[in-house]
Design a protein around this ligand. Sequence first.
Ligand code: FE2
Ligand code: FE2
Length: 236
Amino acid sequence: MRILISTDMHANILAAEEADKAGRDLGADLHVHLGDSLDIGPWPEETFQFMKSRSVVMIKGNHEEYHCSDGYGPVIEKRMGAAERNHYEWTTAQLSPDSIETLEVLPYEHRIAEGGRTFRFTHFPLKNGRICEPWIETDEEGMTEPYGAAGREVLFFGHIHRWVDDGVNPRFICPGATGISQYPEYGKTLLLLDIGKGGYSLERHRMAWDMERVKREVRRVNRNNRNWLLDNMYRA
Ligand SMILES: [Fe+2]
Ligand SMILES: [Fe+2]
């Protein structure tokens, strides 16, 4: 079984379309997105509906929570400035009732049992029933406590926008980020998980979506925190 794994698409339809094409070119049986399909980028509704139309298995991340009845949560409410709030409100205003209804019922995880292992797909650990914010350490020690120490389980997570793969047989893997480039060496990436009878393999793929086109659109649609987004989320 071949599973294409994307994460943190962040309202970038160019990346969503490229991931979809890569899935077909690589012969993927399934595309799983690890959450944060919305915010930061300029095309929230288009990206979300495109992924839905392609039957992508979508996981709820913190940026999905912000746009349904889960809301921002106390940590974000406390930290959020006016520009950030304005940006999230802009995203919510772009979303159709169908998208908001779909967000409402997205699961926090998806599991696949194959080849004697369980593969678990999440955005980030939960705390008090919602995505854990702020930060927890993403090494073996930090992740074992919230996720539990399951023997032959391989766990994929997103949220941190950086590649994590801590060894030859890693248990905790983050593919980086598909729709943004906050850390250029880890951004614009996809992961192919190939599960066979003898085990599994991981292949990282770099993408080529047009960053200048995304930045032009961010400049056009976002009036408030666009300079922060452009400086931090689209680094070449
Ligand atoms: Fe994210
Ligand atoms: Fe996140």
